[in-house]
Design a binder for this molecule. Sequence first.
Ligand SMILES: NC(=O)c1ccc[n+]([C@@H]2O[C@H](COP(=O)([O-])OP(=O)(O)OC[C@H]3O[C@@H](n4cnc5c(N)ncnc54)[C@H](O)[C@@H]3O)[C@@H](O)[C@H]2O)c1
Length: 333
Amino acid sequence: MTARVALIGAAGHGSWHLRAIDALGERVRLVATCDVQAGFDYTDHRRMLAERKPEVVIVCTPPHTHLPIALDVLDAGADLLLEKPPVLSLADHRRLAEAARGRVLQIGFQALGSPTLPMLADRVGAVRSAAVAGAWWRPDTYWTRTSWAGRRGRDGALVNPFAHALMQALAITGIRPPWTLSLDRYRTRAAVEVEDTATLRLTVPDGRSVFVAVTLCSGEFVPGDISVVGDDGTAEVGYAQDRLDGEVLPGRIGLLENLLDHREHDAPLLVPLERTEPFTALAEAILAADEPVLLAPARLARRDDGMEIPGAAGLIRRAATERAHFREIGAFQ
Ligand SMILES: NC(=O)c1ccc[n+]([C@@H]2O[C@H](COP(=O)([O-])OP(=O)(O)OC[C@H]3O[C@@H](n4cnc5c(N)ncnc54)[C@H](O)[C@@H]3O)[C@@H](O)[C@H]2O)c1
């Protein structure tokens, strides 16, 4: 069976989806690409949907445009692979869930297709906590690459580049609201309204917790691995490379392939919208939080292409190990 697939939002991260479509060979036929930028089959997604009648549509446009485009796709009768974050508020999540009844809707948190996830219970037993430590480098151009980059209510290190780490930690712990959330967020550039460096702590009444320590201003790379503590042991999960305690596991399942398997023989869908609701609840709270603290230039080292926080990797490791906010370990005081 060959599914007729279309891609909306083709020029940016969409090129990754074009490669994924290509890799599926005969199982899919790309019937249209659509982008508001010139150079693709269509600039208007409604026209594309009406004329090309795709069975499956991938939406890879900026997050704040997801909901109206997704509603159009579902209304046209197509199944949908919608990039992460699906939407930015719980009200939009509910609208999307309503519209998706009777259709297949998969959300692009691809790390949930990692073979490390089903192995964890055997390794650690019931999970008590997950802590993320990620120290990356993003140059100044990262914040000017697209119109929504660095914009308050739309972007931020926690909800965008480290979204997979957050989603994975939520999935590993099974934590859902109601929870207690505390944040400690910083930025290094006056022109960027959102955090590039942050810690986040989530706890639920039974004691389970998620802790996240991340920065985009580190000279030294820390991948964003997740330290998991369970009743029967501990584990280190490298969600991006499918590493579990140092061993790379085979068997990552692609989200488009899984969506096709679900359509064709009812394989369980890996990332239904419902599974991402805790992420949306968390993203909504982060996006509504106060403006992050602007770090003083004296705390920073200016590199040719961006802002470095000297010693950032060490701070991130310490915060994640101690599950302590930067302000609790005296950083940036
Ligand atoms: N899963 C991942 O690992 C991953 C990685 C990067 C980005 N993303 C997600 O992919 C999406 C796109 O990210 P990006 O960095 O490519 O963003 P982007 O700002 O570069 O936009 C992507 C494309 O969408 C086009 N576009 C905007 N509005 C459109 C519309 N109404 N109709 C058609 N095309 C439209 C833009 O012209 C652009 O080419 C976001 O949701 C982002 O969070 C996911």
